[in-house]
Design a protein around this ligand. Structure first.
Ligand code: MOS
Length: 758
């Protein structure tokens, strides 16, 4: 083991100074990440640690008849091989358990029985004193199977689709039909009827899923798990193994990307803990890049969108159907079609969403789940409608703009989508777009301009934050939040520094530990609205305590002031509008009052009574230029303008990075990403980033992000709505629409690879 410190706490560079909410501050965890001081789940260890390597099933359905382990057990250094045959008894594994984000159904239970439910399922865990021995021995394990026929091809089994179960928080089934959509469609002069298809996609974060269990002398386990919530991992593991939370701490201080793959604890957590409990030793289990294709993915989805309009472009009918895959175990659900009833005004709307259970592992949320498919199909169909009606695509959207939510007739908490359209179009130069496809060319390249709308939910959950101001002027704020690369460390410290007028380098934000105050899973772009509001609430309580101390000082100049008369700025409590300048440093205040620390706790509960009177969403308008090589069918996305309405922005630099990342992801969805199944094997065949293509530097050109002014005090006290997923919604549609404008070819399946474009 190297001598690197284990518990690195990110903090701003000295000299960063005083910051306000909204300032473009570089991330405080940047230096520890690029210098290798930040340790990820698989980088923790202990001197006597055992290394676990997973053996994966090679069939998609059937039973294990025999495990041949002699050769593997004979490898020097091999300590144990666990499987369904010899796993330790576990309190809940035999019964039923769920993590906090599990969909309806019965979760996959590793090593539960001899049954094989999907290809890649873990069937054995080889444990050895070295990683090399474990890996070699794992390759020697032979498995005899009784194979049964499997079904992994969505399009072949759509006739047995079923309505999804509703038992999942945050899932809204499609609303009932309004008007008579089919009759209105049939009667309208302009019609579009289009089918869309998207294959499965895998998250492929840089950091592989991994769990390190550190076995303490008293049997206490400290578990480093790649997760979007340390408390979710802790909660599930304590239930499965019947361990009290006092004996189990889960940490995720650094996460190398997740994009939803860490919303549910993966099988590496269960297997590593099973081994640690069995051997009473520290254990590390890291999945291989190939095994990153053996758990949740964005589901393969088929869609049909029918849109109809009057001759002037007024929407007359919207019909949107989606059929997506799920597993035999669970009804994984996402909101795919509902957006089509929300984005535009229309009296006749019919939406339908169904699932087909296949012999794959359950899908899992992946960046902008549901919207990535549903809004894509709607926004490509809207482009088709604009073309059919001979109307500019932006003009068509403005003509059908929804001032209130069309489904419920409720007001939006805020909706500055019109400003997104206007400012984005202006920045892009949309008014210079020739209407006809194939109008722009430069050498062998056809040039096209396309646009699309995006929408994502603006959510708030509940969280606690704990803030302690020390006599030396340092503020420590904590909450069991996560930073999956999104900037949580930075933004939370920034909100706290702003509230108390402290230098950013004097504020420490602690996260990524299940023993910290409760925080939700980092998902749904809700960490700022939730944890950020809790942090601000705790800091406001500190303000009140400090002010009370100041008023109580002998001959206090604040004796007759009210809280609204003072501000916290540059390390001081300042009396506003005072005839004589009056400022008292917080350190002197604490010294004079004789206190060493002041602390405050805040529980942030969303104001549901107020919130539920509004529809809460973020919005975007995406404009894009593509250049298509006519001979090769290759597409370059040369210019993207993304105009975002997401309420108050807490950190201009990090929010811009979030949106840029979303745009890159959208380009990736549009042009590159697809997991391929060999249906004779029932297995995802992509094994690495060599065959699973993601957008790389060469695929990304000019990305221009602008935030329109918006302030939403209904979604959060900060005025923020959350950035993250909104950055990708609509991007792939804008690319598809630009390809149509360039080439006259309408492509309705992603990724839009050269074979489809040519
Ligand atoms: Mo996101 S798919 O909520 O991690």
């Amino acid at each position: 083991m190297s001598a690197l410190p284990i518990n690195v706490q990110p903090v701003a560079e000295p000299g960063t100074g005083y910051v306000r909410k909204g300032d473009g501050v570089p991330r405080v965890d940047g230096r520890v990440k690029v210098t290798g001081q930040a340790r990820y789940a698989a980088e923790h260890g202990a001197p006597d640690m055992v290394f676990g390597v997973v053996v994966s099933s090679t069939i998609a359905k059937g039973r294990i008849l025999a495990l041949h382990l002699d050769a593997a057990l004979a490898v020097p250094g091999v300590v144990q091989i666990l499987s369904h045959l010899n796993r330790p008894r576990m309190r809940k594994l035999d019964l039923f358990y769920k993590d906090m984000t599990a969909p309806a159904g019965s979760p996959f239970k590793p090593f539960h029985s001899d049954g094989i439910l999907y290809s890649g399922q873990p069937v054995a865990l080889v444990l050895a004193d070295t990683f090399e021995a474990a890996r070699y021995a794992a390759a020697l394990v032979q498995v005899d199977y009784a194979q049964e026929p499997h079904e992994t091809h969505l399009l072949s089994h759509m006739e047995r689709s079923h309505k999804p179960s509703r038992l999942k928080a945050g899932f809204s089934p499609p609303p009932n039909e309004t008007g008579d959509a089919q009759a209105a469609f049939d009667a309208a002069p302009v019609q579009v009827d289009a089918e869309f298809y998207a294959g499965a996609e895998h998250h492929n974060p840089m950091e592989m899923h991994a769990t390190t269990v550190l076995w303490g002398p008293d049997g206490h386990m400290t578990v480093y798990d790649k997760s979007q919530s340390s408390q979710n991992s802790r909660w599930m593991a304590s239930h499965v193994f019947g361990i009290s939370k006092r004996k189990l701490t889960v940490r995720n201080p650094f996460v190398g990307g997740a994009f939803g793959s860490g919303l549910r604890p993966q099988y590496n957590l269960i297997l590593a803990m099973m081994a640690a409990l069995d051997l009473k030793r520290s254990v590390r289990v890291v999945l291989t890049r190939q095994q990153m294709f053996t758990f949740g993915h964005r589901p393969e989805t088929w869609q049909r969108v029918q849109l109809a309009a009057r001759a002037d472009g007024t929407l007359a009918a919207v019909l949107h159907q989606a059929i997506a895959e799920t597993s035999r175990l669970e009804d994984y659900v996402e909101v795919v079609v509902n957006w089509s009833g929300q984005l535009y005004r229309c009296d006749n709307v019919k939406l339908d969403y169904r699932l087909v259970a296949l012999d794959h592992y359950s899908p899992i949320d992946m960046r902008a789940p549901g919207a990535a498919h549903g809004v894509h199909a709607l926004e490509v169909a809207m482009d088709e409608l604009a073309h059919a009606a001979g109307i500019d695509p932006l003009a068509l959207r403005l003509h059908n703009y929804a001032e209130r939510d069309p489904q419920t007739d409720m007001p939006y908490s805020t909706k500055e989508l019109r400003a997104c359209y206007e400012q984005g179009a202006e920045r892009f130069g949309w008014s210079r777009r020739p209407t006809a496809p194939r109008s722009m060319r430069e050498g062998p390249e056809l040039i096209g301009w396309g646009m699309a709308t995006g929408q994502w939910d603006a959510m708030q959950m509940f969280a606690r934050a704990h803030a302690v101001l020390h006599a030396d002027g340092r503020l420590v704020v904590s909450s069991a939040a996560s930073d999956i690369g999104t900037g949580t460390y930075t933004v939370m410290a920034q909100i706290a520094a702003d509230a108390l007028g402290l230098r950013l380098e004097d504020v420490v934000f602690r996260l990524g530990d299940s023993t910290l105050p409760v925080a939700p899973i980092e998902g749904g772009s809700s960490h700022v609205t939730t944890v950020g509001s809790a942090v601000e609430g705790a800091c406001e309580k500190l303000q009140r305590k400090l002010f009370a101390l100041a008023r109580a000082l002998p001959d206090s100049p604040f004796a007759h002031a009210r809280l609204s008369d003072v501000q916290f700025a540059e390390g001081h409590l300042v009396l506003r509008n005072a005839t004589v300048p009056t400022a008292l440093s917080l350190q002197r205040l604490m010294a004079q009052a004789g206190v060493h620390r002041i602390e405050a706790k805040h529980l942030l509960l969303p104001n549901l009574l107020k919130q539920k009177r509004y529809v809460r969403a973020t919005h975007s308008a995406v404009f894009c230029e593509v250049r298509v090589d006519e001979d090769f069918g290759t597409v370059r996305v040369t210019r993207v303008v993304s105009a975002i309405a997401a309420g108050q922005i807490m950190n201009a630099q990090l929010a811009r990075s979030q949106i840029m990342g979303g745009v890159v992801w959208g380009i990736s969805q549009a042009l590159h990403e697809e997991s391929h199944v060999d249906h004779s094997l029932g297995r995802f065949m992509n094994h690495s980033l060599a065959e699973y293509h993601v957008a790389v530097q060469a695929d990304v050109h000019d990305i221009d992000v602008l935030f329109v002014e918006e302030d939403d005090r209904i979604v959060s006290r900060l005025g923020a709505k959350g950035v993250g997923e909104i950055g990708m919604v609509g991007v792939a549609a804008a690319v598809a629409n630009a390809i149509f404008h360039a080439t006259g070819r309408r492509i309705r399946s992603t990724p839009m690879t050269p074979d489809k474009v040519m």
